[in-house]
Design a protein around this ligand. Structure first.
Ligand code: NAD
Length: 367
């Protein structure tokens, strides 16, 4: 079946790195006969400049209609003084909200060839391959009441509310267990059940769902502060880490830094399955628009290319092709080919297009 993909390159280095993704997708169409119907549109600052809004209604409609969205990055200093609701980032948030993307998958993988990029000792991070699953649309960032209020005694009081319901916990936990089944079959659920009722509910509901539907998956629980420590002490103990919006925000950035290379890290955001079991989905590198290097042709396209591999795996069920693409990236790194952001001191570097060439070449060799 033909898969409908919407590419939204966005701003800064977005168009440069997505250009290489496009070449990789074309390769899979031509050489592996994968059927993709690929459209492109604008989002973020470039869309604000053209349409006066970072996400036009027609663009959102195309995203709603697609089987998956591939996004580059949005934002930049040019739009720093634009009103908050018209900023490039508002376009991205609106996309996530309108597509109902409640599950954020952030893999943290340490490639052997890049092991020295981590600030941790090589022995601690060697072979690291963990998946942080963060709940993205609930919890303290959205809970009511919220706000800053004046008090009768002249003080001010700031309030945010951490809130989760049974169904919100079950739907994200279900994604965690299903992911684990495709990996090493382990889920570690993190909250603060010792001091927060919402955390206690989280722990109880995850345990219930596990007992009812996922007994084959190994489930452990950990307090989120302990998880933050364990990620630095012995990160390889984890497979899938399941956590809420707030703790996930912090833990996923911490896990990303274990790898030491922003230009290598993909991500996925998934929505609820429809009647056919198909989820709305958006795939994007975790890095931003890198205005400092935009237009110079030196950006690392690998995070975006690995995001496409995640799309193959999680949206289309093309596991063999996802494996092939990930192996091609690994082989490129093993061959010592580096963009500047992942190069060791004195190592020769290549630009964005040459890195794309190297991936295509590696794909050819694997075929
Ligand atoms: P950034 O990720 O854009 O850049 C941080 C540093 O990493 C920069 O020095 C940059 O050159 C480097 N870098 C990032 N990606 C790289 C790549 N692929 N190859 C080589 N080097 C790379 O973060 P920032 O500077 O804090 O933000 C810049 C803009 O991006 C801001 O407007 C911010 O709001 C936006 N942003 C967007 C997203 C998104 O679209 N999802 C995410 C983060 C930041």
């Amino acid at each position: 079946m033909t898969k409908k993909i919407l590419i939204l390159p966005g701003d800064g280095i977005g168009p440069e790195v997505m250009g290489e993704v496009r070449r990789v997708l074309d390769w899979f169409q031509q050489k592996r006969g994968l059927k993709m119907d690929i459209a492109e549109d604008i989002v973020g600052g470039i869309a604000f400049d053209k349409n006066g809004t970072p996400l036009a209604a027609e663009t959102l409609a195309k995203a709603q209609d697609a089987d998956a969205v591939l996004l580059g990055a949005v934002g930049g200093p040019k739009w720093a003084s634009v009103a908050y609701d018209k900023r490039p980032e508002a376009g991205l948030l609106a996309l996530r909200k309108e597509l109902g993307l409640f599950a954020n998958l952030r893999p943290a993988i340490v490639f052997d060839a890049l092991i020295d990029a981590s600030t941790l000792k090589a022995d601690v991070v060697r072979g690291l391959d963990i998946m942080i699953l963060r709940e993205l649309t609930g919890g303290v960032y959205f809970g009511e009441p919220r706000g800053i209020f004046d008090m009768p005694d002249g003080q001010r009081r700031g309030i945010n509310t951490q809130v989760y319901t049974t169904s919100e916990i079950h739907r994200i936990a279900r994604v965690a267990f299903e992911l684990a089944r495709q990996r090493r079959n382990k889920v570690c659920s993190c909250e603060k059940a010792n001091v927060m009722e919402s955390g206690l509910l989280w722990r109880e509901e995850v345990t219930k769902l596990h007992a009812a539907e996922f007994k084959d998956v190994e489930l452990t629980h950990m307090y989120a502060d302990n998880c933050a420590m364990q990620l630095l002490r012995a990160p390889s103990q984890f497979d899938v880490i399941l956590t809420d919006n707030l703790f996930g925000d912090v833990l996923s950035d911490e896990a990303a830094m274990l790898t030491g290379s922003l230009g290598m890290l993909p991500s996925a955001s998934l929505g609820a399955p429809d009647a056919k079991g198909q989820r709305k989905a958006m795939y994007e590198p975790i890095h931003g628009s890198a205005p400092d290097i935009a237009g110079k042709g030196v950006a690392n396209p690998l995070a975006s290319i690995l995001s496409a591999a995640m799309m193959f795996r999680y949206s289309f069920g093309w596991a063999a092709e996802a494996d092939q693409l990930e192996t091609a990236v690994k082989n490129v790194l093993n061959a010592g080919i580096r963009t500047a952001d992942i190069a060791a001191k004195g190592q020769k570097t290549v630009g964005t297009v040459a890195m794309g060439d190297a991936v295509i070449e590696a794909l050819n060799r694997l075929s």
